[in-house]
Design a protein around this ligand. Structure first.
Ligand code: ADP
Length: 406
């Protein structure tokens, strides 16, 4: 079965075509600048050269049509007929409290995703456009939705409630949801497989450190706590997001700087974090390079970033009364030798002992970076959210097919 995985944003659409026979990627690509003139389609077939096409793509329906055209193209294509795509899986950021796992798209599911627009105004409407665009182009293909929040639906009340008037939770569902769930779920399962132990027997902390960053405590094989909250702004310091801060700063700044709510929101999401502290960049590579050249602000940004991450790891070890495994993943977690070193250096009291040589190795494989003697196993596990979306979609489509035929 071939499964198309899609991540639709408001002006972009990323895709991967999987052959589920061996979980290989047949092609991947992206459409950028949807709704603007000179939209760009970049298509990367697995065994052929990359193609770029610039044209006017005014909406998501046309964007999906262009993706299909690429997949069917006589030269750059992969498929001979569109019916070879047997299911489409979408990444959806917010599943609220309704979606505790991935599901096939139905009229009710679409209504629920729309009801959640308030909680993820930048993301869920774009995902819905992606779903509708696939429906318009491939009306008979089953579609599945895989939520960034679903993995964290196992959090206990003590983790997910905010200490604010309960009426706000009842009326508006203000609570902690957590994000990057697909990644935390994928890397925790991979780590358990590498350790050859059941996930449920391990106290695990997974650190997804990319442009966005979150840390999750996994107990009994389930998300027990996670650092992002009602929105992805809470928790760790990130590339451009502040992470945790005193909420009283918001009204104070609005008053002193005469800012609107939208302006403060934008400041905390887009102009804070490493970018603000370093005054240089939100990109960890640039920060570490500048730091090596003696840039003091870059050093401060790095120190704050790693200190805050270390505090979360310590807090989750306390929350679970112990930790057996620490996993680093995503762009920074997988690649930054110095970040992993700085974080682990301060956690020796937990029984974390990094193997400097293993930590410095460059590899695309999941691997240990702790010493043999380290009580806590430290792992680097490359994340693959698209593969997990493809797997869930495949399983849901297969189960529905079996039901139909029985
Ligand atoms: P996103 O959250 O957008 O998916 P990624 O997981 O791709 O982000 O992570 C992007 C981050 O990874 C950037 O800060 C980038 O600097 C960092 N990164 C990528 N490669 C390296 C590297 N070799 N060393 C340090 N940081 C890296």
């Amino acid at each position: 079965m071939k499964v198309l995985v899609m991540n639709a944003g408001s002006s972009s659409l990323k895709y991967q075509l999987y052959d589920m026979k061996d979980e290989s990627v047949l092609a991947s690509g992206r459409v950028e600048r949807i709704g603007m003139d000179s939209s760009i389609v970049t298509h990367e077939p697995a065994d052929k050269a990359e193609v770029r096409d610039v044209s006017e793509i005014l909406d998501h329906v046309t964007a999906v049509k262009r993706v299909i055209d690429m997949l069917l193209h006589p030269e750059h294509g992969i498929l001979s007929d569109i019916s070879q795509i047997e299911a489409v899986g979408h990444r959806v950021v917010h599943g609220g409290e309704v979606f505790k796992s991935s599901v096939l798209v139905t009229t009710e599911v679409k209504q629920e995703i729309k009801r959640l627009f308030d909680l993820a105004p930048l993301h869920n409407p774009a995902h819905m456009m992606g779903i509708s665009a696939v429906e318009a182009n491939m009306p008979n293909v089953p579609q599945a939705v895989v939520f960034d929040t679903a993995f964290h639906q196992t959090m206990p009340e003590a983790s997910y409630l905010y200490p604010i008037p309960k009426v706000l939770y009842r009326r508006h569902k203000i609570r902690r949801y957590g994000f990057h769930g697909t990644s935390h779920s994928y890397v925790s399962a991979q780590a358990a497989a590498l350790l050859e132990q059941p996930l449920a027997s391990l106290k695990m902390i997974t650190a997804h450190i990319g442009n966005g960053a979150s840390c999750t405590a996994i107990l009994d094989g389930k998300s027990f706590d996670t650092s992002m909250g009602m929105t992805p702004l809470e928790g760790l310091m990130m590339g451009t997001r502040s992470g945790d801060l005193d909420p009283a700063i918001v009204p104070f700044v609005m008053n002193k700087e005469d800012l609107t709510l939208n302006e403060v929101n934008s400041m905390l999401n887009k102009h804070s974090g490493m970018l603000a502290v370093s005054g240089l960049s939100s990109d960890m590579r640039e920060i570490t390079e500048a730091m090596a050249e003696g840039d003091k602000n870059a050093r401060l940004a790095f120190d704050m970033y790693t200190y805050r991450l270390r505090k979360y790891i310590g807090a989750y070890a306390a929350g679970m009364n112990g930790v057996d495994v620490l996993v680093f993943t995503a762009g920074v977690g997988e690649n930054s030798v110095v970040l992993r070193q700085a974080v682990c250096e301060g956690l020796t009291f937990l029984g974390i002992e990094l193997d400097a040589a293993k930590n410095a190795e460059r590899s695309k494989e999941a691997r240990y970076i702790s010493t043999e003697a380290s009580r806590v196993k430290v792992l680097v596990v490359p994340t693959n959210e698209e593969l997990l979306i493809a797997r869930d979609t495949y399983e849901l489509a297969m189960a529905a097919g079996t039901e139909q035929h029985s």
